[in-house]
Design a protein around this ligand. Structure first.
Ligand SMILES: NC(=O)c1ccc[n+]([C@@H]2O[C@H](COP(=O)([O-])OP(=O)(O)OC[C@H]3O[C@@H](n4cnc5c(N)ncnc54)[C@H](OP(=O)(O)O)[C@@H]3O)[C@@H](O)[C@H]2O)c1
Length: 377
């Protein structure tokens, strides 16, 4: 039996309300799913199944945009601590790939008051599966975004992981004052770009370490344009020259916060620039090399080493805390202080998605890969 509800639809760019009926056969979901772990292009498959019918207490959403993040790739490989549930999706037991994205509510059951048709939502928890056209579920599966005036779909689709991680790491580990320095590696990563911009908006200065490459000058300029104070390569980081240069920049006040996206040798090198009682936060391991810590950093400089995981933060905080963070970040986006990450479009097709996910943790990328599951563009 179909449920009659009110739905906001777009007709020739004019939004109109109309009665809308939905049942199991009305919407076919298309999704990139996997039923076992392995190399993404080998285990991911294109799957279609009927959308679960609406009930009085559930909503239907359609996905507008979903990124491919490094953690999504690790998850498909089975190398990520958060393991998704393999659920019955039509005739297949599988997990939908992806963890982040923005969706629009297209239908609400009659007991649903906290969401309405047309609301834009993000996932309430990690591991939801966002590489799909539609989803059905209770309102608790989703969290509505604060209103915005000038925030793009790309920014909304990539809000919950990287800008939130940057925001929390800048806020939660040590009190920082206007003019203080923060040092980070992976300065050109999506997290790194958010760190640069949020830090600038809060009056902080940043030293941003990136890997050297033939087009280093244009990357350096791009990050300076975002608001980076200095951009240095990992090769420059250990040089005698750089040590004395940085001393000059810091003018007796070395950074008390270091953010490590990478690990390995350059991450150890970066820790040497922290001041006494500094906080060093590791949130990524892109180099897949251990972080070696000279004892002197702990004994004589009393540097504290931490890990940060956004998923854990979200588990330990309520929706109101998360909403407040979204408001602050969307506020920055609305006023142009926090821009879209560098990104490239991935076609919503099996071949393109498989290729993109395989490429999702390869270095020297052109930016965040984003798919638009229900866009005809
Ligand atoms: N802990 C958390 O809660 C949390 C939240 C968000 C992200 N993360 C992690 O943070 C990292 C960055 O995520 P993102 O979405 O910002 O990534 P991204 O935009 O895809 O950027 C990847 C970054 O890693 C660098 N990189 C890639 N391969 C590398 C290698 N072999 N050695 C050194 N650097 C390498 C890239 O630099 P090049 O341009 O030089 O390749 C780039 O700076 C990932 O490890 C991700 O899982 C963690």
């Amino acid at each position: 039996m179909g449920f009659f509800i009110r739905s906001l639809v777009t007709q020739q760019s004019k939004q109109v309300w109309r009665a809308y009926s939905t049942n199991a056969s009305d919407i076919t979901v298309k999704a990139m799913v996997y039923s076992s772990y392995g190399k993404p292009s080998e285990v991911l498959k294109w799957h279609t199944y009927p959308l679960t019918p609406l009930t009085d207490d559930t909503v239907h959403v359609r996905f507008l945009a979903s990124p491919i993040n490094p953690a999504d790739v690790n998850q498909v490989q089975g190398a990520y601590p958060l393991k998704p549930a393999f659920e019955q999706l039509g005739d297949t037991k599988a997990a939908v790939g992806g963890n982040e994205g923005v969706a629009e509510v297209i239908a609400t059951g009659k007991n649903v008051n906290s969401l309405k048709v047309g609301d834009q939502v993000v996932m309430a928890r990690s591991g939801y599966g966002t590489w799909r056209t539609h989803a059905a579920g209770p309102v608790d599966d989703f969290q509505v975004l604060p209103p915005s005036t000038n925030t793009s779909v790309i920014q909304k689709a990539t809000l919950t992981v990287n800008p939130c991680t940057a925001y929390r790491m800048l806020k939660d580990f040590t009190p920082l004052k206007q003019g203080d320095y923060v040092i980070q590696n992976g300065g050109n990563s999506a997290v790194g770009q958010a760190v640069i911009q949020i830090a600038k908006a809060w009056g902080l200065k940043t030293v941003n370490v990136v890997r050297n490459r033939p087009e280093i000058d244009s990357l350096r300029q791009e990050l300076l344009d975002l608001g980076a104070t200095h951009v240095v390569t990992d090769e420059e980081l250990g040089s005698f020259d750089m040590r004395s240069k940085m001393k000059g920049w810091f003018d007796g006040k070395p950074p008390l916060l270091g953010l490590n996206c990478v690990g390995g040798k350059s991450a150890t090198e970066m820790a040497r620039y922290l001041g006494h009682n500094g906080q060093y936060v590791t949130y990524g391991a892109m180099a897949r090399a251990p972080l070696a810590l000279p004892a002197s950093m702990l004994i004589f400089k009393n540097i504290s080493f931490h890990g940060f995981w956004m998923t854990r933060w979200a588990d330990q905080h309520n929706a109101a805390d998360r909403y407040k963070m979204f408001e602050d970040l969307i506020g920055l986006m609305d006023k142009g202080a926090l821009s879209e990450p560098r990104w490239t479009k991935v076609d919503w097709s099996e071949g393109a998605m498989k290729h993109a996910v395989d490429a999702g943790i390869q270095g020297f990328a052109q930016g965040k890969q984003i798919v638009f599951p229900t866009s005809s563009a």
